[in-house]
Design a protein around this ligand. Sequence first.
Ligand code: ADE
Ligand code: ZN
Ligand code: ZN
Length: 276
Amino acid sequence: WGPYGHAIVADIAQDRLTPEAAKAVQALLALEGHQTLDQVASWPDTIGHVPKKKGGLPQTLVWHYVDTDVANPAYERERDCADGNCVVEKLPELEKQLADRSATPQQRLDALKWVVHLVGDLHQPLHAAERDHDKGGNAIRLSYYGETENGHINLHALWDEGVLDRQASLVVGPHYTIDFTKARAEANQLASTITADETTYWVADLSGGDLYHAVVDWTDESHSLARSIAYGALPETKAADIRDAYTSIAWPVIQLRLQQAGVRLAAVLNTALGKE
Ligand code: ADE
Ligand code: ZN
Ligand code: ZN
């Protein structure tokens, strides 16, 4: 997702933390003078795009996604992530660091930022799929509501932020600057329609206590939505001009995935940071 998507997921989760988890989150965030999860939700993107010699971590950019070909039925570790450097394998590792009371507070804060970010990213359908080695749609050039309005955009960016920002009238400034009040309002709107039954159903995978298993299932949901919707509803014309026909199919899916990511992130944090 883009900066608004990550902030929205963080905001939905923030309101669903148990008192113990909220306290632990607050203590970790305070190490760097932050108050809420939305303030750190896009940090892995900011450091990923800084060169190593300038203190960045470009080697972590591959942690944000997994390239499972849409032609394959589901994620397979040996085929899709043999070296362990993908979202499915990294997220459970980072959650363990977050939960580890013997890790340093700074290690646990960094792990918190990663968990917030990666639970978000793995719900973006195109972070769990690729077609013809197109890097999750990054190589698919499109225009969105015509050249004049949005210029060229790629399919991946359309799903990360193009559709959301247009539907919710959100504008990203330089260096990932966002209006946190607007992100909060959109999060509240999305949260207000989540039912208790949906919450129960969405976190059912976690009840066995095996985060890895849940992460694989959530990734497979993304992969399936990539096949049926993100790629499935895409016009076959090269460099198509995408408008209402596609937006009206993608937007409900994007809203659902942001809601699910927020609810599930809260559940993950409540488990990792609950009572000792
Ligand atoms: N780069 C390569 N594949 C990608 C994907 N599926 N999502 C995001 N970035 C990528
Ligand atoms: Zn992305
Ligand atoms: Zn990311």
